[in-house]
Design a protein. Structure first.
Length: 253
């Protein structure tokens, strides 16, 4: 499958889509490819078994969803994981409370994922240092820090882990500018109200901002972001595990 530069779809590495989505609704996403992260193992069980060329599903245990945290079972996660190439959304959220239990869940997830060539989308709201503590103890080559907000010393520490960062147009420009350009990935976090994106896969706003910063044409910016994903997937050994439609795109860039 050959894809020209101008034919590259938009890329969204973090969005929430209901597992009951239909093929018609997926088609309405247009020329895009989205990582559809889930919030619980129950959601992950409901992920459609039909192939969608616009979606790559993730298996998640959202730190801010109390029910998902309480229902987490390592054996269940381990049994479901081989069906996925993305782990997400997982991580820590200080606002949700009970951080020690969240840390136990995240530690368990990283320990199990250590033997798998997957990408991981990590949430860190209000708990940047604690998340980095866990990630440094249990590093994974496929780590992606989703909507990172800490512009203090934790940002330098996060960069030093080698993790990639998924960013959106609602993030502080000054923070994005400090992240190495070759480790940036676009996201919408749809349907997050603060991001304000109309649909999953619509990352044109963040592409425009990066084009301005990098002084590149929109097509070149999109290509660079896809190249970043290819490098991450290669490093994580995930290329052969990703769905065929996504793998075909990565082979073309």
């Amino acid at each position: 499958m050959t894809i020209s530069l101008d034919g590259l779809p938009s890329l969204d590495t973090h969005a929430h889509i209901d597992p009951t989505v239909t093929t018609r609704q997926v088609a309405a996403l247009g020329h895009s490819h989205t990582f559809a992260v889930t919030r619980s193992l129950d959601e992950a069980r409901q992920v459609p078994r039909w192939t969608a060329d616009r979606l790559t599903w993730g298996i998640g245990v959202h730190p801010a969803v109390k029910e998902a945290q309480q229902a987490y079972e390592p054996a269940t996660f381990a049994a479901l994981l081989p069906k996925f190439s993305v782990v997400g959304e997982v991580g820590l959220d200080k606002r949700a409370g009970n951080l020690p239990d969240q840390i136990k869940t995240l530690t368990s997830i990283l320990q199990i994922a250590a033997g798998h060539p997957v990408l991981l989308s990590l949430h860190s709201t209000g708990a940047a240092d604690q998340l980095l503590d866990v990630l440094e103890r249990h590093p994974h080559p496929g780590a992606i820090l989703h909507w990172w907000t800490d512009a203090g010393p934790a940002l330098d520490r996060a960069i030093a882990t080698g993790a990639y960062f998924s960013v959106n147009a609602s993030m502080r420009r000054s923070l994005i500018d400090r992240i190495p350009a070759d480790r940036l990935l676009p996201e919408t976090d749809f349907p997050a109200s603060r991001a304000g994106e109309r649909r999953p896969g619509d990352t044109t706003k963040i592409e425009a901002l990066l084009s301005e910063d990098w002084e590149t044409a929109p097509q070149t910016t999109r290509h660079r972001l896809w190249v970043n994903l290819r490098r991450l997937a290669t490093r994580a050994g995930a290329l052969d595990r990703l769905p065929e439609p996504l793998g075909d795109i990565l082979e073309s860039v």
